[in-house]
Design a protein around this ligand. Structure first.
Ligand SMILES: Cc1cc2nc3c(=O)[nH]c(=O)nc-3n(C[C@H](O)[C@H](O)[C@H](O)COP(=O)(O)OP(=O)(O)OC[C@H]3O[C@@H](n4cnc5c(N)ncnc54)[C@H](O)[C@@H]3O)c2cc1C
Ligand SMILES: NC(=O)C1=CN([C@@H]2O[C@H](COP(=O)(O)OP(=O)(O)OC[C@H]3O[C@@H](n4cnc5c(N)ncnc54)[C@H](OP(=O)(O)O)[C@@H]3O)[C@@H](O)[C@H]2O)C=CC1
Ligand SMILES: C=C(O[C@H]1[C@H](O)[C@@H](CO)O[C@H](OP(=O)(O)OP(=O)(O)OC[C@H]2O[C@@H](n3ccc(=O)[nH]c3=O)[C@H](O)[C@@H]2O)[C@@H]1NC(C)=O)C(=O)O
Length: 300
């Protein structure tokens, strides 16, 4: 029988074996990926998706790992990190970015072209693919309001174009979460604007963000979604949980909705803090906090 191993089938692709994902996640926690690849093109991504399907290898796709907790046992099978697929093209008032492009770079490119509409995303540290997947939003704006279409690869390796309606956006939700599609690019429909005003708005939002969020520490942003009718940070604050620490994971004193890595945290520490916060808020206020952060991988 032919050798179907990834290194035999794709000798030209660099595969990192048993690679610690804590090197890549924003929380700096998480166990190893059995096989980790940074694909450099859609063609390469497509080949790997088809290989994973044919060999029944579990497949995981990651962007900038800024909304992710990988359990300490790591991820079996093949993991793709798309950050090397990061081309950004401008065509009139359309900005088309590959999935691995940083959202922050994409907002900079829009500013350079005097295009308005993406300023709200200036400080969101995800990739374009992760932002579409999550329908990232801040300060009155959301990805859903600016994306005209996204290209995805299905698990069969077919390319599909999904328009805004088909992406079925909701609060921190898109249809990509309901299927196993991989976002490979997105097009943002913007408007001609004044570059000084665009820059001023981006700078203002980044200052506001830095004054409220603990950007000095590794984190995964808001850990929980906002429950209808409540403010998450306020609930956790009023429950007296700020400063609550397990190992190296701590409920931030600056913003109670964030859990920061104060040094040496494991994913298990993060999960213990999350569980305690959920239980305490439920007991004190009767409100269920649903995680916004995506939790994947195996326990150690
Ligand atoms: C300091 C800080 C501030 C933040 N502020 C905000 C904010 O204001 N608003 C906000 O919405 N979020 C915020 N976040 C969270 C995070 O940046 C966003 O959710 C972002 O959209 C995640 O993108 P990512 O590329 O990092 O995704 P990842 O963390 O890599 O992945 C998140 C999920 O998306 C999936 N995914 C990623 N890329 C793809 C793809 N190409 N195809 C299919 N699935 C994919 C992954 O499988 C995973 O389930 C913040 C995070 C931090 C650390
Ligand atoms: N759950 C849902 O369905 C909804 C989710 N969202 C999401 O929430 C995020 C933030 O929304 P945003 O665009 O900033 O707009 P919002 O109007 O929802 O919030 C703006 C800010 O106003 C302040 N604020 C307003 N009312 C109160 C209050 N009663 N108590 C305490 N603080 C208050 C808070 O800021 P401060 O820190 O300055 O006090 C809050 O962060 C976005 O990412 C959006 O996607 C938004 C609306 C609904
Ligand atoms: C950081 C993220 O997104 C952020 C986004 O950057 C900002 C700006 O628009 O609005 C949301 O945060 P937020 O700070 O408004 O969210 P909440 O945790 O609901 O806090 C709102 C309110 O709680 C109060 N609050 C917050 C923190 C705290 O320690 N104490 C406190 O009392 C404040 O009054 C604050 O205004 C997004 N979070 C969610 C879950 O929707 C993310 O999704 O990862």
């Amino acid at each position: 029988m032919m050798d179907q191993s990834i290194t035999s089938v794709f000798p030209e692709i660099k595969v990192l074996m048993n690679e610690p994902l804590s090197k890549y996640t924003n929380t700096q926690t998480g166990g190893p990926a059995d096989m980790l690849v940074f694909p450099e093109s859609v063609t390469e991504t497509k080949k790997l998706i088809i290989w994973a399907k044919e060999t029944k290898t579990p497949l995981t796709v990651i962007g900038n790992a800024s909304n992710l907790i990988v359990r300490d046992g790591g991820i079996r099978g093949l993991t793709l990190i798309l950050t090397k697929m990061n081309d950004i093209q401008i065509n009139g008032t359309d900005v088309t970015a590959e999935a691995g492009a940083a959202l922050i770079q994409t907002t900079e490119a829009a500013y350079q072209a005097s295009l308005t509409g993406l300023e709200f995303a200036a400080g969101i540290p995800g990739s374009v693919g992760g932002a579409v997947f999550m329908n990232a939003g801040a300060y009155g704006g959301e990805i859903s309001e600016v994306v005209s279409e996204a290209e995805v690869l299905t698990s069969d390796g077919e390319i599909k174009r999904l328009n805004n309606r088909e992406l079925d956006f909701g609060y921190r939700h898109s249809s990509v979460q309901d299927y196993h599609d991989v976002v490979i690019s997105a097009t943002f429909k913007l408007r001609a604007g004044d570059s000084n005003r665009i820059r001023a708005r981006m700078d203002e939002l980044n200052r506001l963000r830095a004054s409220k969020q603990p950007l000095e520490y590794p984190s995964c942003g808001s850990v929980f979604k906002r429950p209808t009718g409540y403010f998450t940070g306020k609930l956790i604050h009023e429950a007296g949980l700020q400063g609550y620490t397990v190992g190296g994971a701590q409920v931030s004193m600056k913003h109670a909705g964030f859990i920061i890595n104060v040094g040496g945290a494991t994913a298990t520490d993060y999960l213990s803090v999350i569980h305690h916060v959920q239980e305490t808020v439920l007991n004190q206020f009767g409100v269920e906090l649903e995680t916004e952060v995506r939790i994947i991988g195996e326990e150690k």
